[in-house]
Design a protein around this ligand. Sequence first.
Ligand SMILES: Nc1ncnc2c1ncn2[C@@H]1O[C@H](COP(=O)(O)OP(=O)(O)OP(=O)(O)O)[C@@H](O)[C@H]1O
Length: 746
Amino acid sequence: MQLTNEQEAIIQAGFEHCVITAVAGSGKTTTLAHRIKYLLDEGHDPQRLLILMFNRSAREDFTKKLSRVIGSQSLRLPEVRTYHSMGYRLYRRFINEGYLTPIQPDVLQEHEIHYQVWRLITQLAPQSLQDEIKRSKKEHVETASNFIDLVKSTLSSPEMVFEELEIAEKYRYLLELFDRFEQWRKQERRITYADMLYEPVMAIHQNPALQKLVSNKMDIILVDEYQDTNEIQHLLLKYIAGTRARVTVVGDPDQTIYEFRGARPEFILNRFAEEFESPNELTLSYTFRYGHKVALLANHLISFNKGRKDVICHAHPSTPDTTIKQHISKDDARFIADFAKNFAEEGGNLNDVAVLFRVWSQSVQIELQLLEQQVPYKIDRARGALFTREVQTLSAILELAAGRFSTLPASARQQRFEQILRFPHIGLKEFQLRQLCQVLAEQPTGWGTLLEQMKLPDLKKIQSIKIERTAKLFRRLEGKQGTAANIARFYVQESDLYEGIRSLAMTHESAEERIGTVKGVIRYLHSLNLPPEETLVHLDELRARAGKQNNEAGLLLSTMHRTKGLEWPTVIIPGMMDKFLPYTLRTNNDMQSLMESERRLLYVAMTRTIHQLHLLVPPTMEQGGSATSELMPSRFVKEMRFDLCDELGEQLQPTDHPSELTLIHAPTKIAHRYAELKNTVLTQLERQKINLSDESPTWHQDAISHAIFGDGNVIGEDDRSFKVRFEDGKEMDFSKKSAHLYFSKR
Ligand SMILES: Nc1ncnc2c1ncn2[C@@H]1O[C@H](COP(=O)(O)OP(=O)(O)OP(=O)(O)O)[C@@H](O)[C@H]1O
């Protein structure tokens, strides 16, 4: 392998602090391994060299790579560690030296933590939430455990983390839960994975003697994946390095996507340089993974982010000619199923294909369609669409309408009633709800009337209203005619299902995931266009197929968040609409940072591609698409300048002497800079005015001008309106409908 000049520069860099921005697929571990070999050859003591990798599997891979690069030379290898393994070692040492109290040797396993957290939730959560909590135990336990970890990894107060995670106010008991969990843990002398770092770093922080003990023992520290560093890791790095070690950090700020674990791009962008004096700044800008077209798309997109290092990522001559395709798609699920079938028929291996979406609810329709068309796929088991509460309850509604309830044994009928009365929740206590369902289940028909006539003692007004509404609904649902989709829609509307989901959800995001799942199922039912009985038979068949799938082969369905460090020959990104990208439903008022974090996610997803990238974009209004703003093409589609990237990527040829290229599409600044790196000057065939945002709605612009109020910036939006902050600091809301009459782009 011929190392590039950039790689050589890093390998042979001087003995100083160094921050390396390495784009996706730029061979950073190869470079780091060569750097270490160089340092050892130079005579550095391997015992004073520390390498920190992100997690255990990265550490194992790197150790192997390092041995390969060092080859048969009889050099002693330095230690490769993860932050956590290093923290744990310090922990044990501090115990031995009497600075920390002894702990049990076994770290708390996930199931032990979950059990304890669950116990505390049931003790601390208000009665009114208990039933909902029991229904979605997994979500509540995971959010609470994540909350505990985040307090430790960000070194923030529980109150701040609670705000940051945007957990609904009614779940404020989590603050007490944190304290109680810590009390229990200390009493039992146990630690969690997060404590392996948290406890020793806190001890160092509070004890100058310990600072002396751990600092200044290393000459050189190399840290990988630094873009995903959080506060506690950064603090440990500072203490270990002290004033002696020269520290090199490597990462790509454009790929910071673990913000939910406390990672922030600011660490690699600013904090490192602020706290480790005058680091040498180097880059690895060549990618060895994908060709010009993906590189150009990715550069265009990410250049709209302000909080980043201005690096152009460009394809190495050895990369494949990656193709990019933008498909106008009204039905992504069908597109993906058809694509997969063709792909397999033409001899492609479906294991080479990944479908990367923004949120899980997007997978529902896709998965159902793949099952229908018998395309094998892999998905996180816990996310399988057919086994969700949403699909199971909608199936129960269809059973009720199809007349199946009468033929069911009473116990099964009771179970169905319980499902329905919890979705949305009828607001009764658990034992009352069960009793009610038992009485209903004893009767083979006429449940609406029965429910209406039932006299339940001590009901609150709101409970009576809900029961009355449900009784009416049951009466209308029994034997209801129409397609399954219409019946499901009717149920959603009449039961006020979405409001019911929102009122109990732990976070805004989890409510929207649920609602998205319901909508995805209804859309699928709509595409079937069958009456309830036939629909149920069909769903049973799909369920049987899903049960038989081994989930080990086939195309992968995954969220973008889970793709860190991975790559696939073919990547498909569905749902390129404003509803999902950016996924802005949070009440977050820092629109700018939200947009940047969403761009980074899409950037990461795109740059997983080796050979083919497919973007599924809904039609614009002119192409017969929806006029609803969230169903319009994602604003990021415009930013990527697809046609230009495709044309330029196609025509760029490797050249040793300066050459010129004339394009149909107007070159952007990014295109000029990219071409320049390839020794090429761009000109245009016809002068076309570059106007990035001609057709984008006003609220997609950052800087706008109002006919009366003057210049301002868009700082937020919801379905119908958007918020503008004017230069005098005033903030005002405007209707999206009439925006075009008053606003222009600046
Ligand atoms: N100079 C080079 N010439 C050709 N191929 C290279 C060169 N440097 C690295 N590569 C190749 O690029 C690919 C990615 O390299 P490597 O495994 O070191 O990257 P990584 O650090 O794991 O990935 P990333 O840069 O995405 O984080 C590997 O297949 C590697 O062989």
